[in-house]
Design a binder for this molecule. Structure first.
Ligand code: AMP
Length: 292
């Protein structure tokens, strides 16, 4: 395994893999502080691709000034030790200047999708995400890039970006990895103390209550949203940011769900952490409804 810091080196290594060795490349973009959620993506990349590149880059342009860029957990030595065990070929860990050279002035905006849900609370967030993903895809030119359903809106934004700008990369989305308690793994869980961690279980509990109501026949978007809201409101340490019941592909807010595939997503502040989670209802596989 090699740790690469320079974009030139990363690009030339990837070019060689593609041209001289005719091997496929899988890219797993991360911000580090690796956990089992990241590792599930890496395992799938390892299974599907000849060469696996994991990028570790805390991307400043996707944080607004009042967010946690400065205190976001960073430990490349620990991440590298984990990745050695997973048989990763390259870690791409660039400095900010490698990704954003002096006078960087080109940004990517995925209109519409970026302005819903997270985009309301975090204006500019997806502009930062789309821009860094564009740079990473252009440097590595992977055959496949792997993302987690945990960041459901991000997967939609990136799929749209890749389609619209004709990137030659297939986007693979993998399910959210949870603790046994239901808590979705997240690098930001490190901000929680013991009590807050217990309180954080309310996100999945709230989503599960909505899922139950849906299973019992509830098809009103606002009533499902109310169930999620009421569950979170009952947890004193939690402060709700948003709850959304929307079409899982377009993020259009839904009142009558009918047989649509539905994304229920929420963001909640607990202590110093802002946590997000989601579930999908009535996901259709090969045209047949399947469990989320
Ligand atoms: P991050 O380091 O938080 O930017 O995440 C890097 C990638 O890992 C993104 O594609 C995330 O969606 C994915 N990811 C983060 N947490 C999880 C999780 N609990 N389960 C599955 N994927 C995850």
């Amino acid at each position: 395994m090699e740790i690469i810091n320079r974009r030139q080196r990363m690009a030339s290594v990837a070019r060689k893999v593609r041209r001289e060795q005719d091997r496929t490349i899988g890219l797993v973009p991360t911000m580090g502080a690796l956990h089992d959620g990241h590792l599930s993506l890496i395992r799938e990349a390892r299974r599907m691709c000849d060469v696996v590149v994991v990028s570790v880059f805390v991307n400043p342009t996707q944080f607004s000034l009042d967010e946690d860029f400065d205190r976001y957990p960073r430990d490349l030595t620990k991440d590298a030790a984990i990745l050695t065990d997973y048989n990763v070929d390259y870690i791409f860990a660039p400095t900010i200047e490698e990704i954003y050279p002096k006078d960087f002035s080109t940004y990517i905006t995925v209109s519409g999708l970026s302005e819903q849900l997270e985009g309301v609370s975090r204006p500019g967030h997806f502009r930062g995400v789309a821009t860094v993903v564009t740079v990473l895809l252009n440097i590595v030119r992977p055959d496949f890039a792997f993302f987690g359903q945990k960041d459901a809106q991000q997967t939609l934004v990136i799929k749209r970006l890749v389609r619209d700008l004709a990137f030659d990369t297939e986007i693979v989305v993998l399910p959210t990895v949870r603790e046994e308690s239901g808590l979705a793994l997240s690098s930001r869980n490190a901000y929680l103390n013991e009590g807050e961690r217990r309180a954080a279980l309310v996100l999945y509990r709230a989503l599960s209550s909505a899922k139950e109501a849906y299973a019992e026949g509830e098809r009103s978007g606002s009533r499902l949203a109310s169930i999620v809201q009421a569950t979170v409101a009952a947890e004193p340490l939690a402060r709700i940011d948003y709850v959304s019941v929307a079409d899982a592909d377009t993020l259009e807010s839904l009142e009558r769900l009918n047989d649509r595939t539905v994304l229920i997503a929420l963001a909640v502040h607990i202590g110093r952490a802002r946590l997000i989670d989601n579930i999908t209802l009535n996901r259709k596989k090969n045209g047949v409804a399947a469990n989320a």
